[in-house]
Write a protein that binds this ligand. Structure first.
Ligand code: ZN
Ligand code: ZN
Length: 291
């Protein structure tokens, strides 16, 4: 889940670069879209909200589909129908930003998480993954805005929505799950996703830094179950999470640092969106998964 800030910053950067529409409704929905399928991870998985069926598995399945072309094709179909008008289009733009950033940067995070786990075997790979993404969020925020995590509430990544905006978002999630997995999910559950995601983003907000400090202290001899979900005020100098030293992490000898990958995704965004407008979904994805 940490990486919310990076996805938020990326969507804003692409919005500026490509001159996307900027009404309040468009901005709100684009920000929600920018969190992509990650909001599904929050459904019925957070403390005190674990009752009932969870849709989080669809989040995992979207991320691990060998080729997310069916999802892109569904978005293109929404485009044709003009689903949700300008705010609907903005949600789709955000979602596409999420995919573009994930597919460019996520292999790096996965490989580096495995490496960190090998250095710290007591920490499961998933917590190493969260730890790296939380640190990258802190670094990206400082790099792009000069801000510290104290100055930006994570929950502002998911601004409050009006009823018609919620409906637009729910319709899109319904379409994506249908297109990807041929399953019809009841709308009540999708409305619950929105609520649970807002709740999770509020829990992840730590403007004083105390949540992270206290949970990390408490987890000193344990696994980083909770603290790895929270942004550190500054990155731990012991670990080069952005890979500024250019250690090789990829199977083909890739040694990029995180910032270079992020910038590459920004550079690629005009071509990517142009392809999306004119070409079939397989050409847009080039068979590259989210992760
Ligand atoms: Zn994602
Ligand atoms: Zn991740």
């Amino acid at each position: 889940m940490p990486s919310m800030i990076t996805h938020w910053l990326f969507a804003e950067k692409v919005e500026e670069k490509l001159g996307f529409g900027c009404s309040q409704a468009e901005k709100n929905l684009r920000l929600w879209g920018a969190q992509g399928p990650d909001i599904l991870f929050c459904h019925r998985t957070m403390p005190l909200r674990k009752k009932g069926e969870s849709l989080s598995d669809y989040g995992h399945r979207m991320h691990t589909m060998a080729d997310p072309a069916p999802l892109i094709a569904a978005l293109q179909q929404c485009e044709k129908e003009g689903l949700g008008g300008a705010p609907g289009r903005a949600w789709r733009q955000g979602f596409l930003c999420h995919y573009l950033l994930d597919r460019t940067c996520h292999p790096f995070v996965t490989a580096r998480a495995q490496w960190l786990h090998e250095q710290l075997p007591v920490q499961p790979v998933s917590y190493c993954h969260q730890e790296i993404e939380a640190s990258l969020d802190t670094m990206m925020l400082r790099r792009e805005t000069g801000q510290l995590p104290q100055e930006r509430a994570v929950h502002d990544a998911l601004p409050p929505l009006g009823d018609s905006e919620k409906e637009i978002l729910v319709l899109h999630l319904e379409r994506l799950i249908q297109a990807g997995f041929h399953t019809h999910v009841p709308k009540e559950l999708l409305y619950q996703v929105l609520k649970d995601a807002s709740y999770a983003f509020h829990l992840a907000t730590d403007k004083t830094g105390l949540k992270r400090m206290l949970t990390r202290r408490w987890e000193r001899k344990k696994t980083w179950r909770i603290s790895s979900r929270l942004l550190p005020m500054t990155e731990d100098p012991q670990w080069d999470h952005a890979n500024l030293d250019h250690a090789v992490w990829g199977e083909k000898g890739e040694d990029d640092d995180f910032f270079a990958l992020y910038d590459r995704a920004v550079e690629e965004s005009p071509t990517f969106f142009a392809l999306y407008q004119t070409n079939c979904a397989e050409q847009v994805t080039a068979h590259i998964p989210f992760c």
